[in-house]
Ligand binder design. Structure first.
Ligand code: CP3
Length: 343
């Protein structure tokens, strides 16, 4: 397997001819072909049928000329083999029908064997790698323990994390037990993806920005640190969250070769605060892609300027691409990043 791709070299903070770019949620609803597949199959069927998951993973590679593929799956899939009843409802997003909220329920959560309970993800990874022939690297991913815990406890997405924080503040021992169980799942799942062929991994702690720095340090950081320590070490790891201006240094302390940030912070300032010890990924506002191509190009240039041509910048959005995004605007963005950054 070639290890010379622009994306992998940037993850290792090596010089590249141009800045690599991919998009979170690039394999999803903004693609016409995805929407047409979704008329025939449910989201979970797409995820659980390796041929279909592989097909969706490859769509953005062919259409958008991005520098990395990300396996089509979801952060909530590993919850099912833990004993969780998961449903993706139309309009409401994911719903968990048996959210564990008591100590006994947390104790009842099962450990997973990724090669069994999530065999379909590993099979999809193997199929995609055969297609990509090492020319474009494939990113595996997992939710981080906190972000998974918040869906588990709330039973759905949340704005204020009240049930999650109630458990955290009322029964710290039970909280840490849940986080330990989730950390083990994340480690098992990510290492299995690497064994199946993933050449980099991203840990999505999408909602960590809901926590104060103090709470992050006490309730999240030790678990994230363990996750990064126990990952197969020769594969680059991207540590992503949103709303991270209060957490950047703590995220770096927890681990990851690259820190992923959203658009609420200036990329140059974030990287400086990180002392350039790690790579940086981001950070175009996904809504910028709803604007006109000239403006998209200008915004891309501002981000590239903020990175200042230092090795280790991976261009991305600050969060997932919006379903309403015109495909032509994404193509314009990818072209602008490649063209403007070329040395
Ligand atoms: O990036 C990719 O293209 C790979 C696939 C991917 C999906 N979800 C597919 C998906 C990835 C990396 C994810 C990550 C994910 N899933 C996160 C972390 C990133 C983030 O956005 O914060 C989270 C929190 C989830 C949980 C989840 N899955 C939610 C809240 C929803 C519903 C709302 C929404 O944004 O779509 C999903 C469904 C989901 N996951 C879809 C896709 C393509 C849409 C399913 C459909 O209706 O077709």
């Amino acid at each position: 397997m070639k290890d010379t791709s622009v994306f992998l070299r940037a993850c290792r903070q090596e010089q590249t001819e141009y800045t690599p770019v991919w998009l979170m949620r690039q394999a999803g609803r903004f693609l016409k072909e995805y929407r047409s597949l979704r008329r025939r199959y449910s989201f979970l069927t797409l995820c659980k049928t390796p041929e279909l998951a592989a097909e969706v993973t490859l769509l953005p590679i062919e259409r958008l000329k991005v520098d990395a593929a990300i396996i089509f799956a979801d952060i909530l899939l590993p919850l099912e083999p833990m004993g969780i009843d998961l449903e993706f409802t139309k309009g409401d997003g994911p719903v968990i029908h048996n959210p564990p909220r008591s100590r006994a329920e947390v104790e009842g959560l099962k450990a997973i064997k990724a090669e069994e309970g999530l065999r379909f993800v590993m099979e999809a990874i193997r199929m995609v790698c055969r297609e990509l022939k090492g020319e474009i690297p494939l990113i595996g991913f997992s939710g981080a323990p906190f972000t998974l815990a918040s869906y588990l406890i709330e039973g759905r997405g949340t704005r204020d994390f009240t049930l999650t924080k109630t458990l955290m503040y009322q029964d710290a021992a039970c909280w840490h037990l849940l986080m330990e169980k989730l950390s083990e799942v994340v480690i098992t799942y990510l290492n299995a993806q690497v064994r199946a062929g993933a050449q980099a991994v991203q840990v999505f702690d999408s909602w960590a920005g809901a926590l104060s720095p103090r709470d992050y340090e006490e309730f999240v950081l030790p678990h994230n640190r363990r996750v990064f320590q126990e990952l197969t070490s020769d594969v680059p790891a991207i540590h992503f969250a949103t709303g991270t201006s209060g957490l950047l240094e703590l995220m770096e302390e927890a681990g990851g070769d690259v820190i992923g940030i959203d658009w609420r912070i200036d990329l140059g300032e974030a990287w400086r605060r990180l002392g350039y010890k790690v790579g940086i990924q981001g950070n175009l506002d996904p809504a910028a892609l709803l604007g006109l191509p000239e403006r998209i190009e200008r915004c891309a240039k501002e981000i590239l300027d903020a990175a200042g041509g230092r090795p280790g910048h991976i261009f991305n959005l600050g969060h997932g691409v919006l379903p309403q995004t015109p495909q032509g605007n994404v193509i314009a963005m990818v072209e602008a990043v490649h063209h403007l950054s070329r040395k």
